[in-house]
Design a protein around this ligand. Sequence first.
Ligand code: NDP
Length: 478
Amino acid sequence: MPQLFKHYINGRWETGVTLGVSENPSDLDDVVGEFARADASQTEDAVRAAADARSAWADSTPQRRFEVLDAIGNELIARKDELGRLLAREEGKTLPEATAEAMRAGMIFKFFAGEALRLRGDRLPSVRPGVDVEITREPVGVVALITPWNFPLAIPAWKIAPALAWGNTVVFKPAELVPACACALAEIIARSGLPAGVFNLVMGSGRMVGQTMVDSPLVDAISFTGSVPVGEGILAAAGARRVKVQLEMGGKNPLVVLADADLQQAVECAVQGAYFSTGQRCTASSRLIVEAPVYAAFVERLRERVRQLKVGHALKRGTEIGPVVDARQLESVRNYIEIGRAEGAELLCGGELLERETRGHYLAPALFLAQPQHRIAREEIFGPVACVLRADDADHALALANDTPFGLCAGVCTTSLKQATHFKRQLQAGMVMVNLPTAGVDPHVPFGGRKGSSFGPREQGSYAAEFYTTVKTAYTMS
Ligand code: NDP
């Protein structure tokens, strides 16, 4: 009998209306488990449970919230190896990447445990005599959290932890591809001593469960990470109801390599940023913009490095690149490879399906030489595909880097302090990396983008309070 992953609603584990199946993308004969799928009515039960619990949790002490979040963080860290294995098995990133993600999820809970104790307010004199003004932050209420499959522990952690730390109640809907990770996290949260209804997990399709959450009049705020079209639909629905909304969506992140860069370092930044985690990161460096004097040398070194990348089973020692997450995503990535060829981009290496000991979604990492107008250089592919663009000089490189509707992350490789400072100021992105891959961020500082990549306040770090709290100004006449 396969393991059954259940919803967690109002403090109880519940089966669903229908069942879905979670597969291992490294081995399609390995079923990770079956999972409950909810309908609208079961989703509404979860939202109602969160609404009923909101006053009690909003009134809980910072010490209590600290203890709950710290306990969750401790357990995630203590079990990082086991959780990492589960994550690698279900999502397909390599075991070291998956274990690091479990660790990071734990660190996020521990950071927000501390934030529960650190929430600040202000007390000011009024402009009127005898009057005091206090500015405090209060919980927003019921928050709906909708997450993608590519970071199935870390992204839920960076939404759930601040929501709970600042006194909100939660309804969490993970992507259907990763129910085992969602349930493992929910089990740890369920053991932490939260009152029933404060945290709820509901699984099922975005169109059913996600949309029901978005449309519920009991939901006060929605935090979403995922694709642009779904994010735009959520923004329209949230705007119509005037609820708070935070969206983290796609990216087409540039990594600029200037003529004075340390080429070895630049190649490593490109390989890690573009291909690790199978390129399935919103921060992936999918546009490598290289200044003319080092273009040929960079391309040659990068091609050699990409050819040597070891693609294989996510749990196998030595694998550098795991499989693509599922058949649909694989088809979408291969379609982009065909589009690139058809539009005249030059495929330098990769792009073909690979066979391994087990049946899985294995794809050789692809490297293109492209032109800025090519679709593969403009649209997010979300797979192990990168393209190199040639820049005449540093100004041209900057213009190419900013020539995108997205603005999540951008990087520059240079040994010049002057150029590093110039690019840090001029790159139109929420996050900028100098001599580092565009992917790979710290858990204690803000995360998010500009332009078409993001909407609303930043996630992570103390800046997350902008979304998960609401400000109250109180006047007192003494
Ligand atoms: P999707 O937008 O398809 O899905 C994200 C989540 O939204 C899933 O849980 C999905 O459910 C749900 N959903 C789908 N339709 C609706 C709806 N109508 N109403 C409410 N919820 C809905 O993205 P993917 O999961 O495919 O993730 C890949 C995308 O996410 C990429 O484009 C990537 O750039 C982006 N991403 C962005 C990040 C960032 O921080 N900027 C980080 C990670 C990914 P279901 O289970 O049915 O799919």
